[in-house]
Ligand binder design. Structure first.
Ligand code: AMO
Length: 443
């Protein structure tokens, strides 16, 4: 029976920080590097907490030394041995190995996992499990997890109820073209583009304030660096609002707390690997109407037709202008044209061609959309028809507005886009564990 028990295993960071010289420890992980020097083999062992040096000496254990000599990088091993001081080793300590177990021997690697710039993103994604052995790439997902947790904590502490809505739906919500069709037994169905109608249902059902962090699907045929066909949407919806200003305030606090928490927890590490990461969050986010944005852009030579949406180029330019003039990496653009907003958006009372809605841009890229919703039944029917949609397909939704619906609004925040913009990544695919785009379904 082997004396090395994984249940006794300590993480590398623990051993380096708290390990006592002269005591025995069990460590396990991946072989980061190996150097063979005659009767000595030096192994850098890597686990989720860091790296440390192991020394395998022929005169301590010939069996361990025989195994160590033939090791390959990224093999999975366990080792038991005595902790000793070492000037040359990382962290000033190393383990002199008495027992070595090889759990899984790695073949020669198909990609360079030490330097992500040496492999194309497409190939890295083909080998995603290896790509993530690189601590830089892993950090992206630690940041993402922390941001998602920050959002969840924020909504819980502000009285929002977490809901889980169906992703198999009977009708498109955000407009017809970008929806995936599926076959649901004998009926046509779709993958949800957004929990939009269901989060409104959450409010109208009487929960008043709800949120959801879940998948959203978009049949987005374009090959861009900012679109995925499946992404994680952080959605919230709240009732009894005075105006969409109330919604913007919540979106502002939610997004700022997501970025702040990532900086607090991982800022130092992030700076090591991501030189263009954001260093500091602003106290608050400036708001400009889209009509002001048209003017600002025109001054810089970018013409957007009144009533048109902002192109990605216009968004990028606006990001630069706002950073320069307001000192903020984030900006709310408000009152989008009715023409470019979905049917459920509330139009301005005095100027019906414009709406009570907003986008939130972060370093020149839209990361969130929201606004006040139309809650008056007759107006909603008209708006559906104006958008060329058939009210018959929305019967269950429309019914909600016949039995008591408060004024309400909400927003949807794209998690991967927040991560991408915070870290300064050039492609959203890097911020998605298993990205889906028109070409990629595997892994
Ligand atoms: P919208 O369609 O603008 O609004 O989406 C909200 C946010 O989701 C993110 N997003 C995407 N991220 C990656 N890939 C995509 N293809 C993609 N599409 C959208 C963006 C975007 O700002 N129901 C409304 C929200 C609301 O009003 O509450 C909606 O879905 O960050």
């Amino acid at each position: 029976m082997l004396a090395l028990r994984l249940s006794e295993r300590k993480y590398v960071a623990e051993v380096l920080a708290e390990g006592k010289i002269g005591e025995k420890y069990v460590v396990a992980g991946w072989v980061d590097t190996i150097r063979v020097h005659g009767k000595l083999v030096f192994i850098i062992l890597r686990d989720r907490t860091g790296k440390m040096q192991l020394v395998v000496k022929k005169n301590v254990s010939e069996h361990a030394w025989e195994l160590a000599r033939k090791l390959t990088v990224e093999s999975v091993i366990g080792a038991k041995g005595t902790l000793v001081e070492s000037k040359a080793a990382l962290g000033g300590k190393e383990i002199v190995v008495e027992e070595l177990v090889v759990y899984s021997k790695a073949e020669p690697l198909p990609i360079d996992i030490k330097d992500h710039t040496k492999t194309t993103l497409a190939k890295r994604l083909d080998w995603r499990f290896l790509d993530l052995r690189n601590p830089r790439n892993q950090l992206i997902f630690l940041v993402e997890a922390e941001m998602s947790k920050a959002a969840r904590d924020f909504f819980y502490s502000n009285g929002f109820v977490e809901i889980y809505t169906s992703k198999i739906v009977g009708a498109a919500t955000e407009g017809g073209a970008e929806v995936f069709s599926i076959v649901y037994f004998d009926k046509p169905a779709f993958l949800a583009q957004s929990p939009q109608l269901y989060k409104q249902m959450g409010v109208i059902s009487g929960f008043e304030k709800v949120f959801e962090i879940g998948p959203a699907f978009r049949a987005e045929p374009h090959h861009t660096t900012r679109h995925l066909t499946e992404y994680t949407s952080v959605d919230f919806e709240m009732g009894f609002i005075d105006s969409f200003e109330d919604v913007m305030k919540v979106a502002e606090r939610a997004v700022l707390s997501m970025i702040q928490r990532a900086i607090d927890k991982y800022g130092k590490k992030v700076n090591e690997y991501f030189p263009s990461a954001l260093q500091e969050v602003p106290k608050d986010i400036p708001r400009i109407s889209i009509r002001e944005a048209y003017k600002l852009l025109k001054r810089e030579g970018i013409h957007v037709e009144e009533g048109d949406d902002l192109s990605s180029e216009a968004e990028r330019k606006l990001g630069e202008i706002v950073l320069r003039e307001y000192g903020s990496p984030l900006v709310f653009v408000t009152e989008y044209p009715w023409k470019v907003r979905p049917f459920y958006t509330m139009r301005k009372e005095d100027e019906p061609e414009w709406t009570y809605s907003f986008d939130l841009l972060f370093r020149g890229l839209e990361i969130a959309t929201g606004g006040q919703r139309e809650h008056r039944y007759e107006v909603l029917i008209k708006q559906l028809e104006e958008k060329g949609l058939n009210p018959k397909n929305f019967e269950w939704y429309l019914a909600m507005f016949r039995y008591g619906a408060p004024p309400h609004g909400g927003a949807g925040i794209g998690l991967e886009r927040v991560v991408m913009q915070y870290l300064g990544l050039s492609n959203i695919r890097e911020a998605r564990l298993l990205p889906r785009d028109p070409e990629r379904l595997v892994p």
